[in-house]
Design a protein around this ligand. Structure first.
Ligand code: PLP
Length: 380
């Protein structure tokens, strides 16, 4: 091999060695996972393609159609419209843009419970809108309270969450959808985390709420790079109405296709191929089984933590387990865990630490973690 290349490769490998890997079982809080080998293959095969140009790369459009046809069924629909995005952040931006273009957005208000993801805060600010948040005290939004806010603020979009980042809370979608119909307001459901869990866990009778396009729901965002096992960046925005999708496409007359959709211009085709491969490989049944396994492991983690002295733990709704120590502040506990090589995330709203059970986690990883945690709290 060319000397220069082999030198660069050996340096790359050094960086790689020092990089935490999911399968080592110490990345416990991040909503990322190790992608499936088939998804990586699909991604690499389509490395040269530009999803921003579906004229030259029309095969991407064909794959997109097949993805939509299949996953529409998962959400109880025959035909949904949608676009592969770079993730939940872009999908959430696009929902707001669709709503703005659709309604004109007179009052320039985005309305959401205070459990809403930070990407909505960011999008509202960048788009020059006012985000009104409704205090919830970490509960699903109360539809009556929401209705009062809708009356008062006349928002151009209501955004609720199906699986909040900090605690996995699912807002009451059916009831909120009724309000959006009554007040003729665009409703977006942020299911970036819960999108590939909720339909399956509901079917299995493990949660009480389903994720569907109830009448009044205009769009749903889901992320494949969280529980879908594809490489980053791959999310999706799903629409019930084709016009809402067209509102996120803009003229680009110099291209053969004639328009650009989404926030990016030139954009990777790899995610389209990898999502296609995972949808074909796992399908409803594969993701169903995975979701149940993850929730079981979260329950196991919950019980283990409950058996740990001075630890208070929240019962998981989705595979997210939040806990705190009776005396050690959560930020300090996190700092100590990081020194042991563990990466948890914070749930600041309840002053706790968060374990998100992702597809790569195993029981052994949890057992090892509990041992480390027990030793750490004993040192005090
Ligand atoms: C992860 C997440 C997002 C952001 O998605 P990215 O893929 O990181 O851009 C938005 N909303 C919720 C509820 C999430 O869990």
């Amino acid at each position: 091999m060319n000397k220069k290349i082999s030198k660069i490769i050996s340096e790359l490998l050094k960086f790689y060695e020092k990089t935490p890997k999911h399968f080592e079982g110490k990345i416990l809080g991040s909503m990322t996972t190790y992608p499936h080998a088939l998804a990586v293959y699909a991604y690499n095969l389509f490395m040269h393609t530009n999803y921003g140009d579906p004229f030259i790369f029309s095969t991407l459009k064909k794959m997109e159609e097949e993805i939509l046809l299949e996953i529409s069924k998962w959400y109880g629909e025959t035909k949904l419209y949608g676009y592969i995005t770079s993730g939940g952040t872009e999908s959430n931006f696009l929902s707001i843009i669709s709503a703005m273009i659709k309604s004109g957005c007179k009052n320039r208000v985005v309305l959401a419970p205070d459990t809403v993801h930070v990407s909505i805060v960011k999008a509202s600010r960048i788009l020059g809108l006012k985000l009104v948040t409704i205090p919830t005290n970490n509960s699903p939004i109360d539809p009556c309270v929401l209705e009062n806010y809708v009356r008062k603020y006349e928002p151009c979009i209501i955004i609720v969450t199906a699986g909040t980042t900090e605690l996995g809370i699912i807002d009451p979608l059916k009831e909120v959808a009724k309000i959006s119909v009554e007040y003729d307001t665009y409703l977006h459901v942020d299911a970036a985390y819960g999108g590939l869990l909720i339909p399956f866990l509901y079917k299995a009778g493990r949660i009480k709420q389903d994720l569907r396009f109830y009448e009044g729901v205009s769009s749903i965002s889901i992320d494949f790079h969280k529980n879908g096992l594809t490489p980053i960046p791959s999310g999706m925005i799903l629409y019930k109405d084709k016009n809402d999708l067209e509102n996120i496409c803009f003229d680009a007359s110099y291209t053969l296709y004639g328009k650009y959709c989404g926030l990016l211009g030139t954009r990777p085709g790899g995610p389209v191929a990898s999502v296609w491969a995972m949808v074909k490989y796992y399908g409803f049944d594969g993701y169903y089984e995975q979701a149940i396994n993850m929730l079981d492991l979260a329950r196991y983690t919950y019980e283990k933590l409950q058996g740990t002295k001075d630890i208070y733990v929240y019962e998981p709704i989705l595979p997210i387990v939040v806990f705190r120590h009776g005396r050690i502040p959560y930020t300090e506990l996190l700092h100590r865990l990081v020194l042991k090589g563990y990466y948890l995330y914070k749930s600041p709203s309840v002053k706790g630490l968060r374990i998100v059970v992702m597809p790569h986690l195993r029981k052994e990883h949890i057992d090892e973690f509990i041992e480390v945690l027990q030793a750490l709290v004993k040192e005090r």
